[in-house]
Design a protein around this ligand. Structure first.
Ligand code: FMN
Length: 163
């Protein structure tokens, strides 16, 4: 499947998740940092997955700007999904998560997400990723590609509990 994973990453954890996702989607998938992709390149892909570290409950400025500047039809007829990285701190729960807001921005552009937004956990601020998150990212990606529901995955349960 022609799939593009667009990500931002300050410390490298979201980049690792993005690469695990594109790796699970096969040879026709690739992961690119948000600054390296132009909106007109999206036309070549049927599945687009966008991910960001959660910073203050939001996506990074680069991801937010990229989404805000997308032309109205850029996401039309695409399969779309959003993810973030986040930590498990009690204090951060009140701010919300980047993936939920990326999904809202996708919908505001007329795009339809085909999977629930997903969060992957890091230890502290700089990481590393919590054990098993790369594998969970690969499983999530394969579920999206196969068109099977992702809402029963263990990670989604955690997302719902926190929201
Ligand atoms: C300025 C800043 C704000 C952050 N705010 C949140 C937050 O609101 N919620 C959260 O779960 N994690 C928060 N974090 C932790 C990040 O989610 C974590 O650094 C990120 O997942 C690491 O991904 P990266 O290596 O791709 O940058 C914040 C980190 C930074 C640097």
């Amino acid at each position: 499947m022609k799939a593009l994973v667009i990500y931002d990453s300050l410390y490298g954890n979201t980049e690792q998740i993005a690469k695990a996702i594109s790796g699970a989607l096969g040879a026709e998938a690739k992961a690119v940092r948000v600054g390296e992709v132009k909106p007109d390149e999206l036309a070549a892909y049927s599945l687009i997955i966008i991910g960001s570290p959660t910073q203050g409950g939001r996506a990074t400025p680069a991801i937010k700007t990229f989404l805000a500047n997308l032309p109205a039809d850029a996401l039309k007829d695409k399969r779309l999904a959003a993810f973030d990285t986040r930590n498990k701190s009690f204090l951060v729960k009140m701010f919300g998560w980047a993936a939920t807001r990326i999904e809202a921005a996708i919908k505001a552009k007329g795009g339809n997400t085909t999977a629930q937004p997903q969060g992957f956990f890091v230890k502290g601020t700089k990481g590393p990723l919590v054990d098993g998150e790369l594998e969970r990212a690969a499983t999530w990606a394969k579920a999206i590609a196969a068109g099977v529901p992702t809402n029963l995955m263990p990670g989604d349960y955690e997302v719902k509990k926190k929201e």
